[in-house]
Design a protein around this ligand. Structure first.
Ligand code: ZN
Length: 78
C-alpha cells in the first residue's frame, strides 16, 4: 500500500484572490450560485457602485477561469 499520494490531495476547489475556497461541484446551477454569492460578498464591501461592479467582474472572471482550468485537467485525466 502506497501512502502519501491519495486521491484527495488535490480537492477540486477554486480559490478567490481573498483566499476563500469554493468547492467545485458537478451541479452547474449550485456552482454558479456559490460563485455569485461570493462575488456579492465582495461587492457588498465596496460602497462605490462603479468600483463594486469592476471588482465583482474581476473576481467572477478569476473564479470562472479556474472552473474551466479544472475541467480541462479533469478531461485530460479520463
Ligand atoms: Zn473572495
Amino acid at each position: 500500500m502506497k501512502e502519501g499520494c491519495g486521491p484527495f490531495q488535490n480537492l477540486p476547489v477554486i480559490k478567490c484572490e481573498c483566499g476563500a475556497e469554493i468547492l467545485l461541484i458537478r451541479q452547474v446551477e449550485l456552482m454558479s450560485k456559490a460563485i455569485n454569492s461570493h462575488v456579492e460578498e465582495h461587492r457588498a464591501r465596496v460602497s462605490d457602485s462603479i468600483k463594486a461592479d469592476v471588482l465583482a467582474k474581476r473576481i467572477e472572471d478569476h473564479l470562472i477561469k479556474q472552473v474551466f482550468e479544472k475541467i480541462q485537467v479533469h478531461l485530460s485525466n479520463i
